[in-house]
Design a protein around this ligand. Structure first.
Ligand code: ANZ
Ligand code: ZN
Length: 833
């Protein structure tokens, strides 16, 4: 029989599709459908993770296109970043040349995989035409007050010689406890004090948090990760009076607490080293000044439970007691109010600090129920019943938190764990931050007409090549015209990817980063597919940017993505497939289409799966099977036509099939099965369950084969079935689909074929299908549908209409060919009614 030769057809169809521009997306779309995969970092090679990611979006885009939508399925390059600088360094080239080479290679690989993109919309973040808009947006954000320039103790990677965002610091377990390391090179992270640029994502903390509840199209897991990252905490703000330091005015200090019920147990107050009052005290107190400096210079964790007594006292707002005021490193500058009330009896850190500093531990919460306390040796951190708390004694913690809010010194408050986004990077290969530092005017944004600030040619240095480039640095102030210096920090590359999905809409627009009207038409992105590792950084930043852009009046939408799909990992030999582990398989090793088919049929997109050659082979054979079926059919049709005209008989030959032109009663069953399969496959595509699509198609092919072997098929129904099969497999295996379509005498599947439709109402079949699926495990239970006894073989008693379905069930349950005979035998069926 005929063999399908994938490598021969791929190039041909690739060419045809390109000629016909089947992936071009019109601007004025009647039914816009925006299908997006996270654009790749330009590392130089496509890996199996990319292939899986893009196979998912491509299948879905093709499916929606066949359903009649105008589908936008674009691709671009996340092209800035440190690895290109490192690669350039190692290869003695420059980041730009390296990146361009990588892009060429990767685009070629994507095309050879048969992924259908509208390449006219390709974007590359290292193009000045792109990053100019990063700079433009930065200056708009600056005008809106969404940009801060602050001295900050920052995470510093000594190996990458750059600042790291909080989310780029990973905690790893070592023998000496947990260590914070760089996410990229795993070097232990140090601390530095530098002037840094921040984007005020915290302005949106409340909205970003609340919005998660409505993101029903996002996996619950990702929403939870974002919720935790934003870290909303309900609590209270308590105001303490502090006696004036050295003759000044009296002060108040606000603390934020989640445990207002422990207020009576506060035995000291502690300020962070960056607190305003700490600075004020340090001005006159050498010991405090020395301590603050020491902490600022220290690496994270190094300061431990150190602290310094300021000699001042604060007045407890309820008891009137005077309690000491400390400055302590464990109190963080940018959390809550930067000050805490110390409750050693009920908080771990306060307990540790009190132990170190010899401060009193006063229990004010009694455990209730089974809980026990071991005070003062250990803090009791649970809720309980109040004691030693005056009129609040005997109250439960929750009730006390509520009632204490009524006090004048207390105000209910909410804080967020989320920090502002540090975007400064001391590296070359990124978007230059468009700021000029003037001695007179301070930091001044580069005016719009002078954008982009282009990257100068690369010169290799240690540290930041921009800072070493005098020609780049030396400039004049846009405000006063005096001598000034250019900012040499570049932007975190996550800025580039925070709005790239908008640039695809109008990639060549010269007046603005994107066309607002088009954005309102196309957004939110209907489906966004990518790895789960982006749950916080990228996927939070796009939500922040979208809101900030909406507030700038550039967008209507406040949420960028309606539906999010996080694909699982491709494993090999039980571990993640990767180049560094030496277990990677190149995308083309087994042929583009076989790989796509296998990757999509292996598991639900969300799940991890194991790469096995056996299963790759199964995918390959499935292609052959479908091709063989269609080829045999079209040959036999052609043959019978010739035979008729030459007056010969119509005996079928080997591998060919005889067809009927007259319908018989049982052909209605096949018609129904075609409808049922279309309905099922449609549902599965809608749900991104491509593995179930393949499952349905396998089942369908099996049924067609049986139908064909049982009696010569009814030509009309059978060819309809094969056409539907070709159309339904096409989103997943586009070359094969197109080839089958062509064999069947049709034209241009990818270029505009409609999604197949059921001829009859299929609601019943859907119910039937659910029933069958739910009961296959225990087929004996569905006595109302099939009555099964089990002597040697299995006997199945079914109504006429159900016989093929019953066959399916029996086969899956027992895989016993004896059953087939029985079920297929109309006599048997009729005998049992
Ligand atoms: C008093 C108290 C008593 C607290 C108690 C807790 C337990 P968690 O603990 O993660 O839920 N806090 C507030 N601002 C801080 C800062 N700038 N640096 C370090 N710690 C700070 O976070 C809430 C608690 O973190 C707050 O509630 C506060 O300590 C501490 F039995 O106040 B608590
Ligand atoms: Zn100036």
């Amino acid at each position: 029989s005929q063999r399908y030769n994938p490598s021969q057809v791929t190039e041909y169809w690739q060419h045809v599709w390109e000629e016909e521009g089947v992936y071009d997306c019109p601007d004025d779309a009647a039914d816009p459908s925006y299908v997006l995969g996270m654009f790749p970092y330009t590392s130089g090679a496509l890996h199996m993770g990319h292939v899986r990611n893009y196979a998912i979006t491509d299948a879905y885009a093709r499916y929606r296109r066949m359903c009649g939508d105008d589908v936008l399925h674009p691709m671009g390059w996340d092209a800035f970043g440190l690895p290109a600088e490192n690669a350039a360094f190692e290869r003695d080239t420059d980041p730009e040349s390296w990146t361009r080479t990588c892009i060429e290679r990767m685009r070629d690989e994507l095309e050879r995989m048969g992924f259908g993109y509208d390449w006219s919309r390709e974007i590359t973040t290292c193009d000045p035409e792109y990053y100019r808009w990063n700079q433009w947006l930065f200056t708009k954000f600056y005008e809106e007050g969404l940009v801060d320039y602050e001295a900050a103790a920052v995470n510093w990677c000594p190996d990458c010689e750059t600042v790291l965002a909080d989310a780029q610091v990973n905690e790893v377990e070592t023998e000496s406890g947990t260590t914070e390391v760089c996410w990229r090179c795993e070097t232990p992270v140090g601390r530095r004090e530098l002037d840094q640029w921040f984007l005020s994502i915290t302005d949106y903390a409340a909205e970003l948090h609340a919005g998660l509840d409505d993101l029903e199209g996002w996996p619950e897991g990702v929403r939870d990760i974002q919720r935790n990252w934003i870290g909303r905490q309900e609590g209270a703000r308590v105001t303490f009076d502090v006696a004036a330091p050295s003759g000044g005015d009296d002060e108040t200090v606000d603390v934020f607490t989640t445990r207002l019920d422990t207020l009576f147990g506060a035995t000291y107050l502690s300020l962070s080293p960056g607190h305003d009052l700490a600075a004020e005290i340090a001005a006159d107190d050498e010991a405090v000044a020395a301590y603050v400096d020491e902490v600022r210079a220290a690496d994270p964790g190094e300061a431990g439970m150190s602290g310094v007594d300021t000699g001042l006292t604060a007045t407890h707002p309820l008891t009137g007691a005077e309690i000491p005021v400390y400055v302590a490193a464990y109190v963080l500058d940018d959390v809550g109010t930067g000050a805490v009330m110390g409750v050693p009896a009920h908080n771990e850190r306060d307990h540790a600090f009190a132990t170190e500093q010899d401060l009193p531990v006063e229990q004010v919460i009694e455990p209730v129920g089974d809980a026990t306390a071991d005070l003062p040796a250990e803090p009791y951190t649970g809720d309980g019943m109040l004691t030693e708390s005056g009129e609040y004694d005997g109250l439960a913690s929750a009730a006390a938190r509520e009632q204490l809010q009524a006090h004048d010194a207390v105000e209910s408050d909410v804080t967020y764990r989320l920090r502002d986004w540090l975007i400064s990077r001391q590296r070359y290969w990124g978007t230059p931050i468009p700021i000029v530092h003037c001695r007179e005017c301070g930091p001044v944004p580069v005016p719009e007409e002078n954008l982009p600030v282009e990257l100068p040619e690369y010169v290799q240095t240690t540290g930041n090549p921009l800072a070493a480039n005098d020609e780049f640095v030396e400039t004049t102030c846009p405000e006063c015209g005096g001598p000034a210096e250019r900012e040499t920090d570049t932007m975190d590359t996550f800025v580039d990817s925070s709005w790239y999905f908008l640039r695809y809409l109008s990639p060549d627009l010269d007046e603005a980063p994107f066309d607002t009207e088009l954005a309102d038409e196309w957004l939110p992105v209907d489906v966004y597919v990518g790895g789960e590792e982006h749950a916080i950084l990228h996927l939070l930043y796009i939500r922040f940017f979208t809101r900030a852009l909406a507030d700038l009046g550039l967008l209507d939408t406040r949420e960028p993505v309606e539906r999010l799909v996080n694909q699982g990992t491709v494993l090999k030999d039980g571990t993640k497939m990767s180049k560094s582990k030496g277990n990677a398989i190149a995308p083309h090793e087994y042929g583009a289409e076989t790989t796509r088919l296998f990757v999509l049929s292996a598991a639900h997109p969300r799940q991890d799966f194991e790469w096995t050659v056996k299963n790759v082979k199964t995918a390959y054979e499935f292609q052959q099977e479908l091709y063989g079926m269609v080829a045999a059919f079209t040959e036999s049709v052609a043959r019978s036509a010739t035979d008729r005209s030459s007056g010969e008989g119509t005996e079928p030959r080997d591998g060919e099939i005889e067809t009927r032109t007259e319908s018989q009663p049982h052909d209605a069953y096949l018609e129904r099965e075609i409808d049922r399969t279309i309905a099922a496959v449609t549902t599965e595509y809608d749900r991104f369950r491509f593995h179930q699509v393949v499952g349905e198609l396998r089942r369908f092919a099996r049924l067609l084969r049986r139908y064909r072997d049982y009696e010569s098929p009814y030509r009309y129904a059978y060819s309809r079935a094969l056409r539907a099969l070709a159309a339904m497999v096409a989103p997943i295996a586009p070359y094969l689909g197109e080839e089958l379509w062509h064999l069947l005498g049709e034209e241009g599947l990818a270029a505009g074929a409609d999604w197949p439709t059921a001829l009859h109402d299929v609601e019943d079949y859907r119910i039937e299908r659910e029933l069958v699926r739910n009961t296959l495990d225990d087929v004996r239970d569905i006595t109302d549908v099939v009555d099964i006894e089990d002597p040697d073989g299995i006997e199945i008693v079914v109504a006429q209409d159900w016989k093929y379905r019953a066959y399916e069930i029996a086969r899956e349950a027992a895989d016993d060919t004896a059953v087939v005979g029985q079920v297929m035998d109309d006599e048997t069926v009729r005998d049992h009614g």
